[in-house]
Design a protein around this ligand. Structure first.
Ligand code: GLU
Length: 375
């Protein structure tokens, strides 16, 4: 049996409401959640970092607020989310503490993973948390997200988080044990597909529409999520979550579908920075900085000689040598105005010059791709 988590550096696990909350009673399924947290602790023990994307706030909150069953108005579900999210976070914090792990609540809206500046902030905060050994527990910020700015379902939120963070595995814990050639509830001849290497039109057709008996989010949203994550170099594992210790169950042979990405997360991110994003400005750097970059280091403000263009923090910029050769592309940690003020200055001076303490680097090496051949 192959360990699907072998060698994983960062695993994102998406947990659906129906797993966490007992539908009839509206209560948290604590024993199950404890078994999931034990699995997460084991993954961390094995060297992986873990981020959870957890639903459940609305399902928990509706009972707390005495809301009726059935469809809720938008403001009712937002109120339910507000009440339920506290309980959800409390449960995670409490259960993880039993494993010596700190849980940290992060509520995101769509713009946080899309808009360049907010994306950089969300990414930096999550990176800091996982580097400190904590397990971020993410949900959509339901109380402020209106219809237009919603992810809508946590499958997609999970995929965006996986892609933003460069995760190498995304686990979608679901009420089905994988992708089938047709809806197995409707078609007894439906066959399970253990492995998918590309989201082809045939695969999309198998997912059907999002309603069917496949639970909230539906198979279509799982396939959309898989496409987003695979594009970022992340393998996606779709498995049934209702079993105890669902992550170990996968490794013990529980049926699942694995969607395999063709690139590594690092290669996919480099392709995105160098090939997809439009450069909004140019930084001209000195020879010492050119050497530092080609040695794999970050670009510090000290090495910058000239700043051109009107870019914002988080925008892509081209890095050139003084004789005009393109050396690299990357995401700027400061907008053009601030970049000009700190160009040529030492990192320790940034705070005094700008009046706030931003990043130490102008472009962090994780956000930088060498593009000049032979450099
Ligand atoms: N964010 C919602 C909640 O916590 C759930 C969204 C979903 O499950 O896709 O209740």
């Amino acid at each position: 049996m192959t360990d699907v988590f072998a060698g994983a550096r960062l695993v994102v696990v998406k947990v659906g409401s129906s797993l966490l909350v007992d539908g009839a009673k509206g209560e948290l399924r604590r024993a199950w959640l404890t078994s999931l947290c034990a699995d997460v602790a084991a993954l961390k023990q094995a060297g992986a970092k873990v981020i959870l994307v957890s639903s459940g706030s609305i399902a928990l909150g509706r009972r707390l607020l005495g809301l009726p069953s059935g469809a809720l108005r938008l403001e009712e579900s937002q109120a339910a989310a507000a009440a339920g999210q506290v309980r959800l976070a409390e449960a995670y914090a409490d259960i993880f503490a039993g494993f010596g792990i700190v849980a940290a609540q992060v509520l995101l809206t769509f713009g946080d993973t899309e808009e360049r500046r907010r994306y950089l902030n969300a990414r930096a905060t999550l990176t800091t948390l996982i580097d400190l050994g904590a397990v971020p527990v993410i949900n959509e910020n339901d109380t402020v997200a209106t219809a237009e700015i919603r992810f809508g379902d946590n499958d997609r939120l999970g995929a965006r988080v996986a892609s933003m963070m460069g995760a190498d595995r995304l686990v979608l814990l679901s009420d089905v044990d994988g992708l089938y050639t047709a809806d197995p509830g409707l078609d007894p001849a439906a066959a399970h597909i253990p492995e998918v290497t590309a989201i082809t039109p045939e695969i999309e057709a198998m997912a059907g529409d999002s309603i069917s008996g496949f639970g909230r989010g539906g198979m279509a949203s799982k396939v959309i999520a898989a496409r987003i994550a695979m594009g970022a170099g992340c393998d996606v594992i779709l498995a049934r979550g209702a079993v105890e210790a669902p992550l170990s169950a996968i490794n013990k042979g529980a049926r699942h579908t694995i969607f395999r990405a063709s690139l590594t997360p690092a290669a996919a991110r480099k392709r995105w920075i160098a090939g997809v994003l439009r450069a909004e400005g140019v930084l001209v750097i000195d020879d010492g900085a050119v050497r530092a970059l080609t040695d794999g280091k970050s670009l510090l403000p000290a090495g910058i000689r000239q700043v051109d263009g009107r870019f914002e923090r988080g925008d892509a910029v081209v890095v050139k040598s003084r004789d005009g050769r393109e050396i690299a592309r990357g995401l700027a940690a400061y907008g053009a105005t601030d970049a000009e003020r700190i160009a040529g200055k030492r990192t320790v001076e940034i705070e005094a010059i700008l009046g706030y303490r931003g990043r130490d680097e102008m472009i962090h090496r994780d956000d930088l791709v060498l593009t000049g051949n032979g450099q």
